[in-house]
Design a protein around this ligand. Sequence first.
Ligand code: URA
Length: 433
Amino acid sequence: MRIIDIIEKKREKQELSKQEIEYFITQYTNGNIKDYQAAALVMAIFLNGMTNQETTDLTLAMAQSGEILDLSTLKETIVDKHSTGGVGDKVSLVLLPLVSSLGVPVAKMSGRGLGFTGGTVDKLESIPGYQTTIEMNEFVKNVEEIGISMISQTLNLAPADKKLYALRDSISCVESIPLIASSIMSKKIASGAQKIVLDVTVGNGAFMKNREEARKLANTMIEIGKLAKRETVCILTNMDEPLGYAIGNALEVIEAVRFLKNDMPEDLKQVVLELGSYMMQLAGKGNDLEENKVKLLENIKNGEAYKKFIELVQKQGGDITYIENLDKLPKAKQIEPIYSPKDGYIQEMNSKEIGKLAGILGAGREQKEDVIDVSVGIVLAKKVTDKVKKNDILAYIHANDEKLVEVKKRLEKIIKISEKPVEKEKVVLEVIR
Ligand code: URA
C-alpha cells in the first residue's frame, strides 16, 4: 500500500477501505508517513468528506493507535464529557468537579486550544503546579481515591488524534464533520468511557455554524457510539456569543471558581445543569433530569462542588492558595475598558472574532510550539440583550503588550448595539440521543 495512492483516491472523491484507513493511521502515528502527505490527505477529507463507514473506520483506527484504558477496576459506570469547542467555554472546569461531588467518577482527558477556541488543559495549566501530564496509573489512582482526574492528551491514548489535531489546526482543516467526530470519539473510546455526553456547540463561535450541520455531527457521533457500544447523548448549545463573561485562560479559571462558589452566569449555568443532569442519568445516579438539576444546584450552594475542585487541584500538584485567593493568579499588566458609543441594547458579540482577539493578545497559539500567555484575554461586562447607556463599560481587555491597541479597535467594532430591544436566544437548543 502507498500513501500517495490513498491521497489520490480521496482526492478523486472515492471511498477509502478499512485497510487503507488503518494503514494511514498506523504509519502516520509511527512517523513513516510525513506531515506533508498526511496534510494532503486531511485536506482531501476536509474537501470531499467521508461516508459513515469511513468515519467509523477512521475513529476505531485512531482509538487503537495507542493503548485503550481499562477503567473496569473502578467498578462504576464511567461517563465522559466532551465539547466540540467554543469561546469562553469553561464548562469542564465547573461541571466535572460538580458531578464528581455527586458520585459520578470523572476520568477526563482534555485538549488544548484549537483554532479560535480555548482548551481546558491550557486553562488548568494557569494554576501554578497543576500537572496535566501524569502517568496512567496515577490518573486511575486519582479517580479511585478522590473520584476525579483531569489531564491532557499526553498518555499513550489515541496518539493519532494528538498528531492529527495539531496538524489540522496548522493547515486550517478543523471544521469537518468526519474529522471532528473521529477526533472526539477516538479519544473517548481510548480513555475508557462507557457512556458519553457531548456538548455540540452551534453558532459563529463554534465549528458548526448552523443547527443542520450540528445535527449531522451529533448523529455521526451517536452512530459511532452505537457501533462502539458507547451510549452517547448530544446536547446542542448556542455559541453565538462567548459562554459566560471571561475569555482567556487564568480569567476563565477565575470565572469557574466563582461559579463553583455560587456566582453563576445564566448561560453557563444552563449548559452546566443540562449536561450534568444527563451525566448523572447515564451514570445511574438519578433518572429524573429535573431532580438531577436540583441536586447539582444544591452541591454548588453547599460548597461540595468547590471542595471537589480544590481536592482535584491539590491531587494534581496545583497550589490551592491560587484558588483560595484568586488575586494571586497571573495578571496582565494592562486592563483597558471599552465603552458603549451610544444608548441601546447589545445585539451581537461575535464569539469567533472575540476568540481570535483573545488569541492575538496571546491566549491562543498560532504555531503548535507557541507558548501561550495565561494572563491575557477579554472579560465582557455585558451580554447580548443587555440594555446599555452611552459610555457604559462593555468589556475589559487584559493585555501585556502593544497588541492592546489593535484589539481595542477591533473589539469596539465587534460589539454591535441596536436601538431596539433584542430578543433572547435559547442557550440549550436541543438534545439528540
Ligand atoms: N474537539 C476535539 O477533541 N476535536 C476536534 O476536532 C474538535 C473539538
